[in-house]
Design a protein around this ligand. Structure first.
Ligand code: MN
Length: 341
């Protein structure tokens, strides 16, 4: 009886300390990936510097998060880079992602939560590959208007930012042709360890793939039906049913409604509200399992006004702060003491 009570108390203490785990215990390792060749619109390569200029590093530090900024990666210009099986800039995308994968591995080995600032969403290949290479099997939470799971053979556009998940999933390997500069790339995600949130623009082939593999997806219909709190509860229940693995959050800014984040390459109406978008980050942060975050597709040249760009970039910063412990109820550092009169 006595020991049962002690155990119960211990469990309670552990639960409390988990719930109150402080952001100061986290550290962010930031990698800028100014890369835009996974799609055809210029401007997305300025994303990392725009997000930094909005004060990301200072604001993370102010909330008690240790930060190491690894700077921007540089990518070689590869010419010629003729289309392969209809896919464009394949060599540049393959080479950039190999570099990014190595950079993410280094950040993970230094013990940080990796933060990859894109750049377009083709960068998720290198980011997730590097993350998995460093820590082992992952849970992937993909927040996006699009599923980005076309194969090179199903893509309408030939843009690799619409294809990264097809290269990453074990189950699709027989459907993906060998491409130049991709020999380093090995699939590393099981379709049962992937959850989509925010989908509302899914191609027929992508929809077929999601159904064929039984991928868990909360489209905007499910967000409407269940509410974001239930979506996040079910997301974690589903992912943890097998094992509590490190979480890779791949956040495309176009998941948020274009009324809030218009400065992006492929905006789609009917997206997540600012509050829903933020809630996803708060919830994943509180799991204590968030191990890497991508924030991609911020494109300052796609905003019509300065206000468009500001709203998009500041939302991106807020999402990242949410990933590192910022709470809307307020935060204070653990050593805070009230001034004595
Ligand atoms: Mn995307």
């Amino acid at each position: 009886m006595k020991s049962a009570r002690t155990l119960q108390q211990l469990a309670l203490t552990v639960k409390r300390s988990l719930h109150h785990s402080h952001p100061a215990q986290r550290s962010a390792g930031i990698i800028g990936a100014p890369f835009s060749k996974g799609q055809s619109r210029g401007g997305v390569e300025t994303g990392p510097d725009k997000i930094r200029a909005a004060g990301l590093v200072d604001r993370l530090q102010q909330q008690g998060c240790a930060v190491k900024d690894y700077g921007n990666l540089t990518f070689e210009d590869i010419v010629p880079d003729e289309p392969v099986r209809g896919s464009r800039r394949v060599r540049a995308v393959g080479s950039a992602n190999q570099r990014l994968s190595e950079a993410v591995q280094a950040v993970k080995k230094d013990g940080h939560t990796a933060v990859m600032l894109g750049g377009d969403h083709s960068l998720a290949m290198g980011s997730i590959h590097g993350h998995a290479a460093a820590v082992g099997p992952l849970s992937v939470v993909w927040v996006d208007a699009h599923a980005d799971v076309n194969t090179p053979l199903t893509s309408y556009t030939g843009n690799l930012h619409g294809q990264p998940m097809s290269y990453l999933l074990y189950e699709l390997q027989s459907k993906v042709p060998a491409l130049p500069n991709f020999s380093w790339m090995k699939p590393c995600v099981s379709s049962q360890d992937l959850v989509y949130i925010g989908l509302r623009d899914v191609d027929p082939a992508e929809h077929h793939i999601l159904k064929l593999l039984g991928v868990k997806a909360f489209s905007m219909s499910e967000v409407d039906q269940l509410g974001v709190a239930r979506v996040m509860e079910e997301t974690c229940d589903y992912l943890w049913d097998r094992a509590k693995k490190p979480i890779h959050l791949s956040y495309d800014i176009d998941a948020i409604d274009p009324s809030v984040t218009p400065a992006t390459g492929t905006p789609v109406v009917g997206g997540l509200t600012y509050r829903e978008g933020l809630y996803i980050t708060e919830h994943l942060c509180q799991t204590g399992l968030l191990s890497a975050v991508d924030l991609v597709e911020v494109n300052a040249l796609r905003g019509r006004t300065e206000a468009d760009v500001h709203s998009t970039v500041s939302t991106a910063v807020d999402l990242l702060l949410g990933c590192f412990g910022r709470l809307r109820e307020g935060n204070h550092l653990p050593d805070y003491s009230l001034p004595e009169p």
